[in-house]
Ligand binder design. Structure first.
Ligand SMILES: CC(C)(COP(=O)(O)OP(=O)(O)OC[C@H]1O[C@@H](n2cnc3c(N)ncnc32)[C@H](O)[C@@H]1OP(=O)(O)O)[C@@H](O)C(=O)NCCC(=O)NCCS
Length: 291
């Protein structure tokens, strides 16, 4: 099928007033692609996407752009700039303007921004069933890194012997950053400090020291730990996971099987992709839906 004539597209920085229009587009774009493949939508309704984008469009740590065609907003994208690695998303295009090159322009805008600011790399997660986003990101230079299983539920085991999970405190940021640098090669300290302030972050202690942390056991939270046991303790401490679920790297077969044995259900497949610096993590981890 040949593509229509590309519309004249202007990309500009997003402002908080753009959130209602972008939130509506974001919800409808995700609902359409998920429904077409028989998956639940990542968001319960346009209020949730508007709330999320409204927060992102007014956050100093996130660079946000919108695309306009004939003065009408047709899509938006965001780049989390809180660490040396940039995280992309959510990117969504109006369902009536998809496959016309708008997404490529919005991706190029955040990639240019990250490169100009000297980011060491850029990462994102992609809905595993979506041909178009896989093709778009791969053609822009993103490599497939990890298959992910979004999982939801409540584990049967409610804790692991020798591990204590407790809310994270501001003093925990330093040891957590050290752990993150050891596992991933960089830290996400700003993200973690904000999560501590919001009351969603937790740490796990074993033999009197911190062996893992999570910013939130949720779609938008990430977790890093020394071992699977530490990560399992964090997962087991949650009553449920906010949003669609946590993202379990499927190649971590021990963790994936532990989650399944514990009654968690797979919601949908995703793929972690990256461009620029990437080294295989040396520990146990769950990415957020950004990276
Ligand atoms: C994914 C999304 C952001 C892409 O934006 P878009 O404006 O539709 O995409 P573009 O037209 O800029 O680029 C799509 C590219 O994929 C190519 N493509 C599409 N389907 C393809 C397929 N099955 N195989 C190979 N290439 C394909 C197109 O030809 C185009 O490449 P080109 O620029 O080299 O011609 C948009 O479709 C969207 O909002 N989807 C729903 C929400 C979503 O999934 N967001 C992403 C979350 S991971």
């Amino acid at each position: 099928m040949s593509r229509e004539t590309p519309p004249e597209i202007v990309v500009r920085t997003a402002v908080p007033e753009d959130a209602p229009a972008c939130g509506q587009i974001c919800y409808e774009a995700f609902a359409a692609i998920s429904t077409a493949h028989g998956f639940p939508c990542d968001f319960p309704g346009p209020e949730a996407t508007t709330g999320l984008l409204s927060m992102m469009f007014s956050s100093p740590g996130v660079y946000c752009v919108v695309a306009e065609s004939g003065g009408r907003i047709v899509g938006s994208n965001a780049l989390d700039e809180r660490s040396v690695i940039g995280g992309v998303g959510p990117i969504t295009i109006d369902t009536s303007a998809q496959n016309l090159g708008v997404g490529r322009k919005l991706m190029q805008a955040v990639m240019d921004r990250a490169n100009n600011r000297g980011a060491a790399g850029i990462r994102l997660t992609q809905a595993g069933f979506h041909n178009r986003s896989l093709a778009l990101y791969a053609s822009l230079g993103f490599d497939v890194r990890e298959p992910l299983a979004c999982m939801q539920g409540r584990t049967r085991e409610r804790g692991l012997p020798g591990c204590t999970v407790r809310p994270a405190k501001p003093d925990d940021v330093d040891p957590c950053n050290t752990l993150s640098r050891r596992v991933h090669g960089f830290d996400r300290g700003v993200d973690l400090a904000q999560a501590i302030e919001q009351g969603t972050a937790q740490v796990v202690e074993r033999e009197g020291r911190i062996t893992g942390y999570t910013t939130h056991l949720a779609f938008f939270g990430h977790s890093t730990a020394e071992t699977n046991v530490d990560l399992q303790s964090l997962i087991a401490s949650a009553e449920s996971f906010a949003g669609p679920g946590i993202l379990v790297p499927s190649r971590n077969h021990v963790l994936l099987r532990w989650c399944l044995t514990n009654g968690l259900r797979v919601v949908q497949p995703l793929t972690l992709m990256s461009t620029g610096l990437y080294s295989d993590p040396s520990g146990a981890w769950l990415p957020s839906v950004l990276f």
